[in-house]
Design a protein around this ligand. Structure first.
Ligand code: FE2
Length: 385
């Protein structure tokens, strides 16, 4: 830990400025410090939740003294006349000063994007191993966080076994398709996914808001010709667009698309969201791409529509570019999981000879990341090379 060397009040005590041993300056506002005070009047000692509202902080809150004490920084606030100790390590870890000075990369450092060359490194875990070992489970979940996709082998070959996979980290999200859906050839299908046609790589259910953030596809039979699964990293596609045609990238971020699904009786889902969604910091949050459920685009102004279609087609071409995708064929008892806000999935056409039976379900990434955090808090970071 890099200890603090000095601290001084600035802006009449409305803020403080700290210098650490590496000459790094960290400024903190008095109101921010007061809001984040770790004392038991401010935060519950039981669950860590805040006990006061932001409105309860006095308008004229300011720091009267700031004193370094070993690994702590002791602050006195006026007009409350309140003394609070902050861990220097905690302040360093939560420093916000200087963050806006540089534009962050469009893909957050937590994620590592990939293309076809990723194929031999596609994360795979064995169900029996992961079920017995939190560390193995954590390593598998960390790879889903980093790459947005992973396979699992060694599961049971019986209907409903996909729920065992979801139960490893979270909960199934039930939709109008039910708790799970069957993916096999059908006559008069309500959705093109249930035929033997090939499907362009897509994210699922962009017509839903919020969109399901994880999808599990679980194989029970697969003796049909073809029918391989293909995955494409939508964040890598967006990165390439941003490099090759920044104006096109931007137009897909700047305007909402429309997505719609009218299927079985009583179902009419619509959503208005961009194909590439950015955070306020300019980093990619989500990709929505699905040719089957894209509705009329009515939120793009006339003078931007030609550019928008150029961008949309460019995105589609990159999705179809074989150098961007990884393909594999699932065997019974195997499944794969995708981050549905990032990784597109596709299926090659398959013939009627033999059988192909998959079951799919949705789940959400908040549960997965929560399980991963609990494991990492106990065993340390699960990130490996
Ligand atoms: Fe799909």
């Amino acid at each position: 830990m890099n200890s603090f060397v000095s601290v001084e009040l600035i802006d009449d005590g409305k803020a403080i400025s700290i210098l650490d041993g590496q000459d790094r300056q960290m400024r903190f506002h008095a109101v921010w410090l007061r809001d984040n005070a770790p004392d038991t009047e401010t935060r519950s000692a039981v669950n860590g939740q805040k006990l006061m509202t932001v409105s309860q902080i006095p308008d004229d809150i300011h720091v009267s003294t700031a004193v370094l004490k070993e690994e702590f920084l002791e602050i006195s606030f006026l007009p409350e006349d309140k003394i609070v100790q902050y861990s220097q390590k905690w302040l360093s870890n939560n420093c916000y000063d200087g963050k806006l000075l540089e534009q962050p990369p469009i893909v957050c450092a937590d994620f590592q994007t990939w293309d076809k060359l990723f194929s031999p490194k596609l994360p795979i875990a064995d169900y029996g191993t992961v079920k017995q070992s939190p560390q193995h489970l954590g390593a598998w979940l960390a790879k889903i966080r980093r790459f947005g996709v992973a396979k699992m082998t060694g599961g049971d070959i019986q209907s409903g076994a996909l729920f065992d996979i979801a139960a490893l980290f979270g909960y199934v999200r039930e939709t109008n398709y039910g708790k799970w859906f069957e993916v096999r050839s059908e006559i008069n299908p309500t959705n093109l996914a249930y035929t033997g046609l090939g499907l362009q790589a897509h994210t699922d259910n962009p017509y839903r808001d919020p969109v399901p953030t994880l999808q599990i596809l679980y194989c029970l039979e697969n003796s049909a010709e073809g029918g391989e699964n293909t995955v494409v990293d939508g964040f890598r596609v967006a990165e390439r667009m941003q490099q090759e045609a920044p104006e096109e990238f931007q137009v897909l971020c700047d305007y909402s698309a429309r997505f719609e699904f009218k299927g079985d009786d009583g179902v009419h889902l619509t959503a208005k969201r961009p194909m590439i969604e950015l955070s306020p910091e300019g980093q990619i949050v989500a990709i929505r791409f699905n040719n089957r459920s894209c509705g009329p685009l009515v939120d793009v102004p006339y003078n931007q529509m030609a550019l928008y279609y150029e961008a949309y087609r460019h995105f589609s071409d990159l999705v179809d570019d074989p150098s961007m995708s990884v393909s594999f064929k699932l065997s019974p008892g195997e499944c794969f999981i995708v981050d549905n806000c990032r990784v597109l999935h596709a299926r090659n056409a398959f013939s009627g000879a033999g059988t192909r039976w998959l079951q799919g379900c949705y789940a959400d990434i908040d549960g997965l990341l929560s399980t991963l955090s609990v494991i990492e808090n106990k065993y340390g970071s699960m990130e490996r090379d």
